[in-house]
Structures are given as structure tokens and as C-alpha cells.
Design a protein around this ligand. Structure first.
Ligand SMILES: *[C@@H]1O[C@H](CO)[C@@H](O)[C@H](O)[C@H]1NC(C)=O
Ligand SMILES: *[C@@H]1O[C@H](CO)[C@@H](O)[C@H](O)[C@H]1NC(C)=O
Length: 596
């Protein structure tokens, strides 16, 4: 590899409404190397607080070139240097903040090993934060603000407490690499990772030829690298996640950290529609962070746009002003002043991917998550009429077994659906859902003996008019209420773990937790379903779906890797068992009205 050119740093004070510094260099302490960043700062001699992002999508790749959906971004957040999922320099410099945008190690203009979401790359992020705090133009106070990758990376680096870090706003950011992103209930979530990796990560690898020619940011300053060099300089997330399965393998273990080490003021913003990637992490990160000042804000809408809505930016800005400028207009820094939890409530059918219509949803403040007055309510599955009911069933009278084929796919789903009767009164469901099922597998005649079962479950809401209500998913696609997954060989729950809750079974997912799955044996399993919210109307119904593969609402987030879900292991018939000793039920969080 050519030696990195050390000083390419340029400062442009006249072209833009802000000072634009390009290719500033941050020396990395651990393992040497350097990270390059751009700095956008207000034209003032006074030191200013700094917002830092560090990630893969190219500090010099304009939002509009990254994705044409830039057209839909709030115009107040469009400038010559807007970039996907990051705070807009035009807007934030005009409000007294410097913006530092760093190319992650191995990407854009930063040389070194490309190893996304690893501890090593997070170490470099740590150095970038401390660097930003030490610059002459910096007030020494740093905040982190960004969506998705630029949010998921915040938890881990905050847990290491870099000097100067004063507040974080992970906006739709997973916090648990294994459980939120890579392996849902142990099942490889391959399709999104492959899309993401091929479209927007390796295309920006440091040294990748042809970036400029394909309008994907500038070419690498030191020149192109050969295909062999590029390969040697990266760890491929699609390959690693296929090759490793358990949290005790170094690949996953090295990506772990302790969420309770996070002490910095935190505003965790989660989206009810992010049911296949970020939602769980925003909720878990909020629950487990030790921060004295921590807030959970739930929103709806697409993954890319709400971050730039005027009202959401005002929330970001007032929070950052409170902790980075000492200007607390709202009371974020006064214990008990601002409700820690703010929930948007999904009621009615407003359509999906329609921000204007979603504005009709009301918002409610709560003082804790999960909501203390939650009434966890069992809905029993009835095999005779496929109903869900709150009253226990006469076990003797139940049909003993319901079956569906294993390895269902989006194209050919294999599923069972159970429905509640219409609600007699408006009923709010907000919080964590768990399903208890008795399951087994049967071999096909003359075929290989299966040795595992993948369970995919979905919760849907049917409006009083009998039509399913779809909500806005990550990409603006129609999604149901929520989903959950479990690979039955990974069913072991660690009830001793401090994160274990009756409403959220905790699994360690280590190689030592693997349990046998033998045809004909019945296994009781508790399936974690991601947190959700719906205000079910009088006459509305809930539908609980059990399937052997992805079903409607999975979008791009498919679990269909042939190696991970091979026919040799899974092919056959999957069964649910009913009768005495076979209890199947869903536990849902019903929220009674506040009594005041
Ligand atoms: C700084 O980096 C950009 C790409 O990130 C490049 O186009 C530009 O030429 C560099 N500046 C100098 C002075 O080399
Ligand atoms: C089925 O699940 C119930 C819990 O719901 C459990 O008590 C029972 O032992 C299971 N039955 C079998 C045969 O494993």
C-alpha cells in the first residue's frame, strides 16, 4: 500500500456559509494509522461544541449521489455537504455547532483494515471524539448524532467514555450486534447485510478503483489498490456472519460491550416500524444504559426522513443545547423535569409511508419503560378454531396437533394464523410480547432426518373494517405490528442473567447452549417478539402468525441463506402441539388508561 500522504488538510473560509476543512488527519493511538475527516464549522472566533459522525458511507459522497430520495429531505437540511444519515453541516453550523464527519478506518479516505462494527474500528472512533474535543476551535464538548450506522456505533464508543463526550442521540440505532442485526433468535439475517455490504460499504473501500467514475465520491487520494490488496484489507461481514454462529466465538465476542458502562446523557430514538433491525436496540440500550439522564423517544415513519423533520430536529437541538451549550430550555438536565419516555401511539389506519397522515397519531409521555401499569395478558391458542382467547381452554377438547411445512419462503409462505375475537372496547398494547409454544419436527418419508426448527412469528392488527392495518417500515414498505424469531436448537434461556425478564427471555446464544432437536420430541419454547405499540379500536382484532420462514412485512430483511437454513437440517414438517401439558399462548402488554 502506498504511504498515506500526511498533509492534505485544506481550509476554505469563503466558498460556503461555514468554514469547510477537508482531509483533517486524526492519528490513531491503538495500532497506529490515521483517520481522515472533514470539519464544517461556523465562521466565528469563539470555540464551539462539536457533533461527530464516524462511518462507512463517504465523508465526500453527497446525499443526492448516495440515494435519489434526497429530494424528499426537509429543505432546511440541504446544503452543499449533506450526507446520508448524518447531521447537515449547513443547518448545524448555522446553530453554532461544528460538524466533524470522519471516514471510518478502511473506507473513503481512511486507510487501514475495513472491519465494520468491530472493536478495532470503534477504538478509532474513540480517538476521533477525543481529537474533536481538543481542537482549538472546539469548546471541548462533543455530541454524537446520526441515524442507523451512525447511531449503532454510538453505544459502544460511549461505553468507553471518551474525554469530551457530553451527549449521544442514537437515532434508530441497534445496540446489540448479534441479536438486533445479524442473528435474529439465532437465525442469520443475511439478505439485508448482503445488500448493505455490496451497495454501500465495499463500493467505498479505501483504494477501490472507479469511485469517481461511477459518481460515488472522489477516488482514493493515494491511488487505487489491487483486488488482492482490497481483499486483504477487509473483513467481509457477509462471510463472517455466515461462518460464525455463536456469541462465544471471537468474531461475535469481540463485538460485545457492557451497556451499563454508558453514563453519558442519552436520547434514544426508536421507530415502531423498524421491526427487523434497529427497534430492539433503541429500547434495550435505553433500558440498560446507566446514564443519569436518559430518554426514550418512539417515532414512526421512514428510516431516512423523520431525523430531518423540523419538530424532530428541535428535539435534537434542545437536547444537545442542554448538554453541550449549557442552554437547557426544556429541562433535560433537571431530574424529573422531562418525562423519560415519550411514545407515539399508533391508532387507526392512516396508511403507510405517509408522513402527513401519521402526524395524526397522538403522543404520550410516560415515566418508565416498560410502562409500570402494564397488564401482561395471556392469549391462548385454540387449535380447533384457530382463535386466540383470554380464557384458558378445555385442553381435552383441543385438536392435538397443527402442522405446516418447514422452510417456508416469502414466495411460498408456510404458516398458521390465530385471531382474537373483535375487541369490545379500545385496547392499547404497548411493550414487549412473548410467545410460548410447544413445537416439534417430523421427517418427510424417505428423506433426511431434520435436526432443527426455525420459528418465525408475526403479530398483525386487523382494523374494525376487517382489513389489515399496515405501518410504515424502514424503507417506506408496509409492515405489520411486529415480528420475532427463534432457532429451536438455541431455545435455552438464561433466567439467571441480569437482562432476563418475564417479558423478555434472555438467551446467551453460545456454542454451549445448543440443544438437540429430535423428530417426534415436543419442545416448549419462549419466543422473544420485538416491542410494539397499537391502540386497537373497538371491533379490531389481533392476528398471531407462526411460520417457517419470512412472511409479509420482511421487506429486504430476509433470512434465506441456504447454508444457514439448509434443507438437510430443516426440511420436514413443523408442528404445534395442544392438549393437557401443552400450553400455547401469547403474552401481550395491555396498557390501562392512566388514572390521574
Ligand atoms: C482531500 O480529499 C478529497 C477526497 O476526500 C480529495 O478530492 C481532495 O483532493 C483532497 N485534498 C487534497 C488537498 O488533496
Ligand atoms: C409444553 O409446554 C408447556 C409450557 O407451556 C410445558 O409445561 C410442557 O411440559 C410442554 N410439553 C411438553 C411435552 O414438553
Amino acid at each position: 500500500m502506498p504511504n498515506p500522504v500526511q498533509d492534505l488538510h485544506t481550509v476554505d473560509e469563503s466558498t460556503f456559509p461555514y468554514v469547510f476543512e477537508q482531509n483533517a488527519t486524526v492519528q490513531i493511538r491503538n495500532g497506529g494509522g490515521l483517520v481522515r475527516c472533514n470539519v464544517y464549522r461556523p465562521k466565528t472566533a469563539d470555540p464551539v461544541p462539536v457533533l461527530v459522525t464516524y462511518g462507512p458511507y463517504g465523508k465526500d459522497l453527497h446525499y443526492k449521489d448516495f440515494i435519489p430520495k434526497f429530494a424528499e429531505v426537509n429543505p432546511a437540511h440541504k446544503s452543499d455537504h449533506s450526507a446520508w444519515e448524518t447531521p447537515d453541516p449547513g443547518f448545524w453550523t448555522s446553530h453554532g455547532y461544528a460538524v466533524v464527519r470522519a471516514d471510518e478506518r478502511g473506507l473513503g479516505q481512511s486507510p487501514g483494515l475495513l472491519d465494520t462494527m468491530s472493536r478495532g474500528t470503534s477504538d478509532a472512533f474513540f480517538d476521533v471524539i477525543e481529537w474533536a474535543a481538543e481542537q482549538p476551535w472546539s469548546s471541548g464538548k462533543v455530541g454524537l448524532l446520526g441515524i442507523s450506522y451512525y447511531a449503532g456505533s454510538q453505544w459502544r464508543v460511549a461505553a468507553r467514555k471518551p474525554k469530551g463526550l457530553c451527549a449521544i442521540i442514537p437515532w434508530e440505532g441497534m445496540s446489540d450486534y448479534y441479536r438486533d442485526r445479524c442473528r435474529h433468535g439465532g437465525i442469520l439475517s443475511n439478505n439485508f447485510i448482503r445488500f448493505w455490504w455490496n451497495r454501500q460499504v465495499i463500493t467505498n473501500q479505501y483504494g477501490r478503483p472507479g469511485r469517481k467514475a461511477s459518481n460515488w465520491g472522489p477516488d482514493t487520494i493515494e491511488g487505487d489498490l489491487s483486488e488482492e490488496e482490497l481483499r486483504a484489507n477487509r473483513r467481509d461481514q457477509t462471510e463472517d456472519n455466515q461462518a460464525y454462529r455463536y456469541r462465544d466465538e471471537p468474531y461475535y465476542a469481540s463485538r460485545e460491550y457492557d451497556m451499563s458502562d454508558i453514563e453519558v446523557p442519552l436520547l434514544s430514538v426508536g421507530n415502531w416500524g423498524g421491526i427487523l433491525l434497529h427497534l430492539r436496540g433503541n429500547v434495550e440500550g435505553y433500558i440498560h444504559a446507566s446514564s443519569k439522564f436518559k430518554y426514550l423517544r418512539m417515532i414512526t415513519g421512514r428510516h431516512d426522513l423523520p431525523f430531518y423533520y423540523d419538530e424532530e430536529v428541535e428535539v435534537q437541538r434542545s437536547f444537545l443545547d442542554a448538554f453541550l451549550k449549557g442552554d437547557d430550555r426544556v429541562g433535560w438536565s433537571q431530574p424529573g423535569k422531562v418525562s423519560p419516555v415519550s411514545l407515539v401511539l399508533r391508532k387507526g389506519n392512516v396508511g403507510f409511508d405517509n408522513a402527513k397522515a401519521e402526524a395524526a397519531y397522538e403522543r404520550r409521555e410516560e415515566s418508565e419503560w416498560p410502562i409500570a401499569r402494564t397488564q401482561y395478558t395471556k392469549l391462548f391458542l385454540n387449535s380447533n378454531d384457530l382463535s386466540l382467547s383470554t380464557s384458558a381452554l378445555d385442553a381435552q377438547a383441543l385438536k392435538r396437533k397443527l402442522s405446516y411445512r418447514a422452510l417456508g419462503t416469502m414466495e411460498k409462505p408456510e404458516l398458521l394464523q390465530f385471531s382474537t375475537p373483535p375487541f369490545e372496547t379500545e385496547t392499547e398494547i404497548t411493550g414487549h410480547v412473548v410467545a410460548r409454544l410447544n413445537v416439534s419436527v417430523t421427517a418427510d418419508p424417505g428423506e433426511l432426518t431434520p435436526s432443527d426448527i426455525d420459528l418465525f412469528v408475526t403479530l398483525r392488527y386487523i382494523g374494525p373494517d376487517g382489513k389489515e392495518v399496515f405501518y410504515t417500515g424502514t424503507a417506506g414498505d408496509p409492515v405489520p405490528l411486529t415480528k420475532g424469531w427463534l432457532r429451536v436448537s438455541m431455545r435455552k434461556v438464561n433466567t439467571e442473567h441480569h437482562k432476563h425478564r418475564p417479558w423478555l427471555p434472555h438467551r446467551d446464544y453460545t456454542s454451549k447452549d445448543v440443544l438437540p432437536v429430535i423428530p417426534g420430541e415436543v419442545y416448549p419454547v419462549d419466543i422473544e417478539i420485538w416491542p410494539t405499540n397499537v391502540v386497537a379500536e373497538k371491533g379490531g382484532r389481533l392476528v398471531f402468525e407462526v411460520s417457517s420462514g419470512d412472511t409479509q412485512g420482511s421487506g429486504i430483511f430476509l433470512h434465506n441463506d441456504e447454508k444457514d437454513r439448509s434443507p438437510e437440517v430443516f426440511k420436514g414438517v413443523n408442528n404445534l402441539h395442544f392438549g393437557p401439558k401443552f400450553d400455547n399462548y401469547l403474552t401481550i402488554p395491555i396498557i390501562p388508561p392512566k388514572t390521574e
